[in-house]
Design a binder for this molecule. Structure first.
Ligand code: FRU
Length: 460
């Protein structure tokens, strides 16, 4: 397993997508995730499960939800959803799907013959030990009559005062929207409102509304707003959520991560009142010779600054920093030899001149991070570190950040085997990329002048 990251969560084997049911239960973090237990491609959606005390060392547990077990509404999959604690129990809310017309694809997985040939139902499950879950008879929430029965999924449940709230992603007349439900007892739910926005794609997946420093944010994953390379993107809108009318008054849409494969994030609040986000890094197929596909981002704490959110790796990650290497200010060009693609690095530079950093480098070939002093943007180019892996090519090789209009930039770069997360100015911008380095692609090259350069090995 050469390419398996050490700090980014992956399934023990086979396919993984969205994080689900992120919660703290009896002092431990629980992560569920969309998992295909059969092979490393999408299908047979089951809820994988792991728990952790520190968000980085995960203990894998038996599957929490399996399709078709005890129910027919979820016979073809237990799609994404959320978790919440009520009394002494851990609850899950998820989408059960039943395929009406399907075929078996080249990997032997059951897939729809056309996008609309399924019925989706919101279903709840409950556990007292946080390991064994029992699916509940009530509620079973069907799509509203005028709605789209196929595309109605990813319930996120949270409590405010005495009211339980739930947002569900959906689609109607080829436009994405979020349905907002409320309940007093989690059994009977009333559809209270809808959240929509013009020209924002044909389906909104994985909605999540939360309070953040006296405001609200809605995170969601609209399908069809990106480019041909990456049609589906994940972002947020800041605003105010009025619980009485279940109304959300929102402002502009912003991307959460401006890198390549970030999608379907979910947030939760932990015991320290931190709002933490984990996103999925999409891979369509495994690295050559490996039996796992897909990884999660590092857990990111969210803060609000004005009308924008900032994301930074939770502070526990610093416990894994070992042996800081300080590098004297660099003015020209420097090669820093590394023996592993496992480090956490910080550096600063002035924005009046172009800069280049090459990671995963060997003979000048690697992942290029360029700062362009004219456009004031960061450009990521991974064409020299894809090494033929088709599944990365589908997302393209180049990304350019939004404009950064400050005199000095501070970067934090975390490199973990086959993935890199870049945080610009304390998480104002994040850029994440999965890469496929060859054995010798390990060095760091700095071209231009940099200051306060510090590199830590990261070790468990
Ligand atoms: C997002 C998503 C969800 C769905 C799940 C199925 O990646 O499409 O909307 O519930 O994945 O695996």
């Amino acid at each position: 397993m050469n390419k398996k990251p050490k700090f980014h969560f992956t399934a023990p084997k086979n396919w993984l997508n969205d994080p689900n049911g992120l919660t703290v239960f009896k002092g431990e973090y629980h992560m569920f995730y969309q998992h295909n237990p059969v092979n490393p491609y999408w299908g047979n959606m089951t809820w994988g499960h792991a728990k952790s005390k520190n968000l980085f060392d995960w203990e894998h547990l038996p599957h929490a939800l399996e399709p078709g077990k005890d129910l027919s509404e979820d016979r073809d999959g237990c799609f994404s959803g959320s978790g919440f604690v009520m009394g002494d129990d851990l609850y899950l809310a998820y989408t059960g799907v039943a395929f009406e017309e399907y075929i078996y694809n080249e990997h032997g997985n059951k897939v729809l013959t056309h996008d609309d040939a399924m019925i989706s139902t919101q279903i709840f499950a409950k556990s007292s030990d946080g390991i064994n879950f029992q699916k509940l008879k009530k509620p079973f929430i069907k799509a509203p009559k005028y709605g789209d029965m196929a595309h109605f999924r990813d319930p996120k449940v949270w409590k405010k005062g005495d009211i339980w709230n739930m947002v569900v992603g959906s689609k109607y007349e080829n436009k994405g929207k979020v349905l907002v439900y409320q309940s007093k007892d989690i059994k009977n739910w009333e559809l209270k409102n809808e959240i929509q926005k013009e020209n924002m794609g044909h389906m909104w997946e994985c909605p999540d509304i939360f309070e953040i420093q006296e405001k609200h944010a809605m995170i969601f994953s609209p399908m069809g707003i990106g480019t041909q390379e990456q049609e589906n993107l994940a972002g947020y809108m800041m605003g105010d959520f009025d619980y009485k009318n279940a109304e959300f008054k929102y402002k502009d849409f912003h991307l959460i991560d401006e890198g390549f494969e970030f999608y379907a994030p979910q947030t939760f609040e932990d015991d320290y009142e931190r709002r933490i986000l984990i996103g999925w890094l999409i891979m369509h197929s495994p690295f050559e010779g490996e039996n796992w596909t897909g990884m999660m981002t590092l857990p990111r704490e969210i803060k609000r600054v004005g009308e924008k959110l900032r994301f930074s790796v939770v502070k526990e990650f610093e416990n894994y920093r070992k042996d800081c290497i300080k590098i004297s200010d660099e003015t020209q060009s420097k090669v820093i030899k590394r023996d592993k693609n496992l480090y956490d690095m910080e550096l600063e530079f002035e924005t009046n001149k172009d800069k280049e950093i090459i990671l995963f480098e060997n003979c000048q070939k690697g992942l290029a991070i360029n700062f362009n002093s004219k456009t004031k943007t960061i450009i990521l180019n991974r064409e020299n570190v894809i090494n033929g892996l088709e599944s990365l090519k589908t997302f393209g090789v180049r990304r350019e950040s939004t404009k950064i209009e400050v005199e000095k930039i501070k970067l934090r770069i975390i490199v973990d085997t086959s993935v890199v997360e870049i945080y610009v100015n304390d998480g104002e911008i994040c850029m994440t990329a999965v890469v496929n380095p060859e054995k010798d692609q390990k060095n760091i090259v700095l071209n231009g002048s940099f200051s306060n350069i510090c590199i830590w090995d990261i070790k468990k």
